[in-house]
Design a protein around this ligand. Sequence first.
Ligand code: PLP
Length: 420
Amino acid sequence: MERSRRDFFKTIPQTAGRVAGWTAMVQAIQAAPGLPSPNNEDYWKLVKRQFPLEDNLLYLNAANVCPASRGVLDRHLEYLRDFQSNPSFQNREKYDGLAERCRKKIAAMLRVSPDEIAFVRNTSEGANTIVKGIDLAPGDEILVTSHNHPSNLDSWKIRARRDKLVVKTLPYPVPPKSRQQLFDLYESAITPRTKVLAVTHVTSTTGVEFPARELAELARRRNLWMHLDGAQTLGALDVNLADIPCDSFAGSAHKWPMGPLEAGVLFVRASRIPEVWPSVVTAGWSDKLVGARKLEVFGQRDNPRLVALESAFDFLALVGMPHVEARMRALARRAIEGLGEHANIVMKTSSDPLLSAGVVKLELKNMAVKPAYDLLWQRHRMAIASTPEGDARGLRISPHIYNTMEEVDRAVAAVKEIAG
Ligand SMILES: Cc1ncc(COP(=O)(O)O)c(C=O)c1O
């Protein structure tokens, strides 16, 4: 092949699929080389090119905020323009149907009924809908851990202050020893006054994966309400709520689902929905609303955002949720294995694959958290998160499917460089 032609073909991998537009993105993914198996780097490099991340940014903070893919952004903008260019009731009629279509897709992914899904703004709002919405009496006990996010911890404490409830905070070692230990933690704390298990599916602090199914079965046997915080699992793990009999579950679109900001999902099991008082009641609320829809009437909604939410779930389905989970776990495992057994690195995340997912936390013996965090940003534009104090103190790395193995290796090398 002559030189210019050879050079032309060489450039294709750098540019293929790097185009805006939902349809172009779908075509690029469908034409991706091979299967989305965790080690097919060519496939995942093509996925990466669907994201508008800056070239020299080492973005490893999925547990906080994920970028939306170009296709999702494109769909969002298309519908924003549509809405703003014609806000008439006539033009907006279609959004009810689009919202229901989105509800169906999310329900199918979680293996629940669409009637059990409410659209909320985020995990926090989903959790607070439950915290404020269920009937509890003075003296009733709620079991939490200190690693719960404030939306599933401090929210219960505030409710407890108002209604004279008792919040029991359960301690566990960092990292925990076994799934059994995490299960026993809750089981052994249950008393006749216990009414709620407030559980985190995967913690944002150190990435602990709790035995959600076993705990939900326990809650069901004891007739307790179990709320499962899914902020670190919706869009990350292939969450199957038919297999995890919790009463409620909440997640945010802007994290692992790689969707828009301020769009979230609250699941409430059908049999439990009548027990939840809506936090907000305004125009559009009615006793005739079916299922969890009575928990999402917040006044005028941002309709185009729901189309972006649907697109985010379309994208996950396009790659395939089991493939997304396998790749995400493989990236995190690479980081755990790369960082472990260094004299100056203390791993806060267990090396047992059954005890963690996605989120990797570590501390350096030779440097405080803040200077290490700043140095990684200044030297490598490595965007991660940090916890300044407490037993989860350290640096948090959370890769997702838009990251390559090479990027994880670079991050590991960067941490080792400053670890000495
Ligand atoms: C475990 C967990 N729960 C809840 C939240 C709250 O999410 P949001 O701010 O999207 O409501 C977070 C955010 O990081 C989280 O990590």
